[in-house]
Design a protein around this ligand. Sequence first.
Ligand SMILES: [Mg+2]
Length: 335
Amino acid sequence: MKKIKLFYNPFSGNKSFKFDLDICIGIFQEAGYEVHPFRTMQPGDIETHVAQMDADYDIVVASGGDGTVNIVLNALMHRGLHIPLGIIPSGTANDFATYLGLKTGNTEDACRVIAQTQPRPIDIGVVNRETYFINVCAGGLLTNVSQTVDKDVKNALGNLSYYLKGMEQIPNFHKIPFRITSTEGVWEEDLYLYMIMNSAGTGGFTRLSPEASVSDGKFEFIGVRAKSILEIPTVFLKMLTGEHIRDEKSILYLRDHSFQIECLDPNFRIMESTVDGEMGPKMPFTVEVLPQAISVFGKFEKEKSVSRETPLNKVLMRAKNERNESKAQKENKAE
Ligand SMILES: [Mg+2]
């Protein structure tokens, strides 16, 4: 019989997943799977369990937020298990699941996607060849915004709450000198913060790297240049809509499969990175893409529609529309 291992964090988000457990098991069982749940109760228990569990699971499911997904991913990779991964978004921050087209709290939908669709291979990242991430590795200022936003405020204001939280921190902004080395060059720049993105969004910003593909073997590096603090709100607003990546004055935008990140100010207080929102290795560190290293379940038609929106395609589409319009006008005149 096919088997699913289900890891769930009962404390994630609004703590309601436990009430959905019956629906979840029902859907998987109906699809012919035997479900083996594991309730995480303390830090480290998922790692310990994965290290000892049977290696022949057909699917591993993580129910929780980005943090739970990251823990399950790391446990699987450290044991060398490349079992297809399903995600049930039930945490406070569910950036990667959002990218996969899954709605937070909609357990039934996420379970059906897992039970009824084919998983697709995606890239993942590894920091210092040791710490894995599925969505983002970030550093500099503001790296903890998605964890510090109050849950009630987030429910009421959605993405705007991240923006407001970011704004609140602006008085503390100061420039930080970084050296970024990719396979194409070396950049020494004063930045406020940077994000190395696999998917399109993090911290509630769903269009941070609007051209990202999770299976092209590359990550997007997005560094916010340390310009006048007065310009920051405008840059953040652009980040909500995805316009920022064309704003070279404010954003350092790179695409590559390997980045080395160094902080050139030894007195900078936040040397740690965050990986999928969790505390990660300290700078200096190296981030590499592991191309199509794991398969995940998701609504991938969404990604296609995003990646089609490249600047070139936008121009081509506009030109095509204009041609059609002028053709229609001529035809109208002819009548
Ligand atoms: Mg990519």
